[in-house]
Ligand binder design. Sequence first.
Ligand code: SF4
Length: 104
Amino acid sequence: MSSTRRTFVMQVIGVGATLAAVQRTAQAAPKVNEADPQAQALGYRADTAKVDAKKYPKHDNAQKCAGCQLFQGKAGDAAGGCPIFAGKEVAANGWCSSWVKKAG
Ligand code: SF4
């Protein structure tokens, strides 16, 4: 293998490793912690069935992050982003008091 070709191969391997690291980072977005002050203020629960019914009487177990207008995950994803909790992921089965029915 020529020196130029070896350098090119090493660069390709380096780029591949960097992309893999970026993908790992993207997949490793932390989950919203129910104990976080913002999560508590919005009544967020990772399981919609565990929402405080007394505090949120309009909540319905059929309301889930996956069916919320603000959910950024794809259909079938277990979790996804939400602009209310920037940089973190909410559970597809979660809920918070900012829930808005997804259009369509
Ligand atoms: S705004 Fe919607 S997607 Fe975000 S946490 Fe609340 S219910 Fe879930």
